[in-house]
Write a protein of this length. Structure first.
Ligand SMILES: Nc1nc2c(ncn2[C@@H]2O[C@H](COP(=O)(O)OP(=O)(O)OP(=O)(O)O)[C@@H](O)[C@H]2O)c(=O)[nH]1
Ligand SMILES: [Zn+2]
Length: 236
């Protein structure tokens, strides 16, 4: 990763992290959209975190906590590795479709695919599972790429709605399929461990593109195949 700035010793190795963590282990992937954080900034940020944790009551400096500011920043950096990488590196395979209405194959449904994200309002985790379906046209996707794409969008500061939308739209761009369906089920710590402290409910969001928007049968088949009837809890 020649052109990438490395954080100081305590921070994660940027070059390895982004690619490995999202699932693209090539340098090409990791170099696509590196975050520019200088060693001086990392030192500065650790100082800020030390101050904040101390003000909140943590006895920073005791043996177990002396490295907590650094650990916290590393964890945050790792959890937001989706800012690095690019959907353009996801390649599709051609099908044998020759075009026309008879080329349609049945839908592909993958899930539950676990994900973890940080809510952009509180920077607290929300997590659960995604179900992804598509009806291919001239291209299909390697199954693992659905997981990699989901992680690309989930490992950011986001909201559940945006992750589903980004995933659906990326699949439309990459595959130009007949249709795409994305269903996410997640629980949000910002509503569970603070605020309303609502621990029983989960949040479910669904996106339809193309033929799923118009064909009831396809939507029913999607839900039958993925069976997203419980919360994301216990699946991650
Ligand atoms: N739509 C949506 N809302 C979210 C998501 N994650 C968190 N939120 C909500 O974002 C809102 C932020 O509202 P604010 O009133 O600005 O923040 P707050 O004072 O901390 O709100 P409370 O959580 O109600 O205490 C809250 O209602 C959160 O529950 C998400 O993924 N999607
Ligand atoms: Zn929140």
């Amino acid at each position: 990763m020649s052109d990438r700035q490395q954080p100081p010793s305590g921070a994660p190795k940027v070059g390895g992290l982004a690619g490995d963590d999202i699932g693209y282990d090539s340098e090409e992937w990791a170099a696509v959209r590196p975050r520019r954080i200088t060693p001086e900034q990392w030192q500065q940020f650790e100082g800020y975190m030390r101050e904040i944790f101390t003000a909140l009551g943590m006895p920073v400096g005791s043996p177990p906590t002396v490295d907590t500011p650094r650990r916290f920043l590393r964890a945050l950096f790792e959890a937001t590795s989706g800012y690095e990488g690019d959907e353009k590196l996801v390649t599709a395979f051609p099908t044998e479709c020759r075009g026309g209405p008879d080329c349609r194959i049945s839908q592909v449904v993958e899930g539950p695919i676990p994900f973890f994200a940080l809510c952009e309002h509180h920077s607290l985790p929300f997590f659960g599972a995604a179900y992804v379906g598509y009806v291919a046209h001239e291209h299909i996707l390697g199954l693992s790429k659905l997981t990699r794409l989901l992680r690309l969008f989930a490992r950011r500061f986001s909201v559940q709605e945006r992750i589903g939308q980004q995933l659906a739209d990326a699949l439309v761009r990459i595959l130009e399929p007949h249709g795409v369906a994305v269903h996410l089920e997640a629980v949000h710590l910002c509503t569970q461990m603070r605020g309303v402290r609502e621990i029983e409910s989960s949040t479910r969001t669904t996106y339809w593109r193309g033929s799923y928007e118009t064909e009831d049968q396809l939507r029913m088949e999607f839900f039958d195949l993925c069976g997203p009837r419980s919360t994301g809890r216990g699946r991650t």
